[in-house]
Design a protein around this ligand. Sequence first.
Ligand code: MN
Length: 138
Amino acid sequence: MELLPTPPTIAGSPSRFSGDAWYDPIVQGEAPSRLQAGLVHFAPCARTAWHSHPFGQTIRVTTGTGIIATHTNVIIMRPGDTVHTPPGELHWHGAVPDQFMSHLAMYEQENIAWHDLVTDEEYAAAATRYDGSVGTAR
Ligand code: MN
């Protein structure tokens, strides 16, 4: 076994994220493994662009409150929640307007299919599903 070095935190690219988002790589498996996992940190209102994962993605919220949305569904995510997006499903994820959110992202080494940034209108529409604020019980 081996204690792995902690890689530098990577700033989210402005073409793939709106607002401040940061990625902490955790593991990238050696072939034939396709394992990939990292922690993603979003400031309030920050979110990914629309995208899909060829092999799907599972995320586990570790801190704060988040939003994950498709064109037909919105889920408000709290710490401990786990959300799966199946292969090819177009979606985005990010923090609610008044809290940070971090999630563990688990997926396979793959080419994520990136689409347009989430507009402020799309974000606001999804955020209406969030009726809480800091300290509000679920
Ligand atoms: Mn995703």
